[in-house]
Design a protein around this ligand. Structure first.
Ligand SMILES: *[C@@H]1O[C@H](CO)[C@@H](O)[C@H](O)[C@H]1NC(C)=O
Ligand SMILES: *[C@@H]1O[C@H](CO)[C@@H](O)[C@H](O)[C@H]1NC(C)=O
Ligand SMILES: *[C@@H]1O[C@H](CO)[C@@H](O)[C@H](O)[C@H]1NC(C)=O
Length: 524
């Protein structure tokens, strides 16, 4: 997505508002939030992501700012990715920042890492057409550290793949291309070519990526293009690998294209593709959400589940992309699918529209019904410090700080005959409280006593398949909470706790484990 949607930060910084680093007790220490993300408004898409020679690379807007890590926990800044260049091409004149796109590797050039994107706009489009008529462009890294990138004068130089008019039916911000092992061709936005770039490329249009205007809410619909899409496949637990199950990520309502849903939050469709270049068909249960931070329970509604939700609140998590595997083909080759997105901007009273961050990495897989499952990557466990555990049904524990990992298990009777809730960042007066309401089919996250502007809610997931009821897994990082219920219903929520809000409490708990967490060794 691009900057038109969100007003620039200075307009939002009312006097007295803090931005990161802000008050120390609210500044996240596990989430990576360098100034260009934490203190700036505008777009903070994951513009591209790739694991290369053991290093995880994230490029995060505005522009291709480079974050890197060798362990998915501790991050630092790297040399910037592709930058604005004066370019002329077939009548186009442009000198703007590359928009979000993808990173891939070119198998015909020793797995060189290449970035693909289009210009966010141009002064003049291809053949004197509209400013959004620009070529799909690829610029490759000149080294394995991704410290310098192709320009017009380098070898390799910039490649122009095919011309696209991005208005409006073509997805905004291209998905990472893939290679299909059945016909040995590359696919990108449903163009196909025997080579990714260079003299052997020959991109030809083969069809649409996928067409749908539906959203997860019955009364919400898509009125413009998909935004910042991606395709993932070959999941370890794909229940039916012969059907080529794929997941298409889309950020519903980004660029204002979602009526009644979903504030630009990352969503997905489970799809099948029978053969190379064939149309995608829906499988699984229709559109679903990777994150529910932008959903709120409707006032006065007595409906159950999704029908009780409004999807237009400020978003928690969006514009996500994956890495984790050296293998660039994340569609038809197996490998880790680790999702990283943009958290925020915060809409609580504290950071007032800034305070964005790079999300914690989540490992993705498929459930037996082709829903996406999520869990925090195990690498995050290296931040664990003091551990406490209890089977007290109404625990009260003191973490000793505002950073904690909490894994709380509840019985299957939650919401039916038992009240089940977990309070984080509790100081006895205020807290952020997660409640499992199976009677109304919703999980709610209430941080309104700590500055959040609305109660957030998502669907109650099915009970765990092993008969273990429900599990709330949360990582609290001062003002940013990431919560995953039964590996399905996830939320990013912002809160502004007092410094003394170090408690964890619960109702109807079967067992809870709590770890104090230390800061990551992020270098900003
Ligand atoms: C894009 O369109 C221009 C003008 O029609 C044409 O000259 C050029 O070859 C096209 N380039 C590609 C990569 O399709
Ligand atoms: C959604 O698409 C369907 C099928 O093309 C169409 O019949 C329907 O009117 C569309 N709905 C909206 C709200 O645009
Ligand atoms: C669900 O999450 C837990 C805790 O993060 C993890 O141990 C488990 O492997 C996950 N299960 C699935 C199916 O992803």
């Amino acid at each position: 997505m691009r900057s038109l949607v969100l007003p620039a930060a200075p307009l939002l910084l009312a006097s007295g508002a803090f931005s990161f680093p802000g008050p120390a007790h609210l500044t996240p220490g596990i989430h990576f939030a360098p100034d260009h993300v934490g203190e700036a408004g505008g777009w903070h898409d994951i513009a591209g992501s790739m694991t290369h020679k053991g290093v995880h690379h994230i490029y995060m807007g505005t522009g291709w700012n480079h974050h890197l890590s060798s362990d998915l926990v501790n991050w630092e800044m790297g040399a910037p990715g592709p930058q604005a260049l004066e370019e002329t091409y077939a009548g186009m004149y442009s000198n703007t920042d590359p928009c979000s796109g993808f990173l891939t590797k070119d198998p015909d050039d020793n797995n060189r890492v290449c970035a693909g994107f289009r210009q966010c706009g141009s002064d003049q489009g291809v053949s004197g057409m509209n400013p959004w008529d620009v070529p799909m462009e690829m610029r490759c890294a000149l080294d394995d550290d991704l410290s310098s990138w192709a320009t017009l004068d380098t070898s390799p130089a910039i490649d122009y793949l095919f011309n696209v008019s991005w208005y409006r039916s073509i997805p905004y911000d291209p998905a990472r291309p893939w290679w299909d092992p059945i016909d040995n061709q590359h696919y990108l936005l449903m163009y196909t070519s025997p080579a990714l770039r260079g003299p052997k490329m020959d991109w030809k249009y083969v069809g649409d990526v996928f067409t749908s205007n539906s959203t997860v809410l019955q009364d919400g619909f898509l009125s413009k293009e998909f935004v910042t899409i991606d395709f993932l496949g070959s999941f370890d637990n794909d229940p039916d690998p012969s059907k080529r199950t794929l997941v298409m990520l889309n950020n519903v309502g980004g660029n204002g294209g979602g009526d009644g849903c979903c504030s630009g939050t990352t969503s997905y469709f489970a799809l099948n593709q029978e053969g190379p270049g064939e149309p995608f068909t829906e499988t699984g249960g229709g559109q679903d959400m990777v994150d529910w931070g932008s959903f709120t329970p409707k006032a006065d509604s007595t409906a159950v589940g999704l029908d009780r939700l409004d999807g237009t609140a400020s978003r928690g998590f969006s514009m996500a992309r994956t890495l984790g595997s050296e293998e660039p083909n994340q569609v038809f080759a197996p490998g880790r699918r680790v999702l990283i997105g943009w958290t925020g901007p915060d809409d609580a009273d504290v950071f007032q529209g800034v305070g964005s961050a790079q999300s914690l990495p989540r490992e993705l897989d498929l459930a037996s019904d082709k829903s996406l499952t999520q869990r925090f990557v195990p690498e995050l466990q290296t931040l664990r410090e003091k551990h406490q555990s209890t089977s007290d049904a109404s625990p009260e524990m003191d973490v000793g700080g505002l950073q904690a990992e909490v894994y709380a298990v509840f019985p299957e009777t939650c919401g039916a005959t038992a009240d089940c809730s977990l309070s984080l960042l509790s100081d006895g007066k205020a807290a952020t409280t997660i409640t499992l309401n199976s009677d109304i089919g919703l999980v709610t996250v209430d941080a309104t006593s700590q500055g959040n502007t609305a109660v957030r809610a998502g669907p109650m997931p099915p009970p765990k398949e092993d008969g273990g009821g429900y599990a709330i897994h949360a990582i609290v990082d001062r003002s940013i909470l990431e919560i995953i219920v039964n590996n399905r219903t996830a939320f990013v929520v912002y809160a502004a706790p007092d410094e003394t809000a170090t408690g964890v409490a619960g109702t109807g708990v079967s067992k809870v484990d709590v770890w104090a967490l230390k800061d990551a060794q992020n270098v900003i």
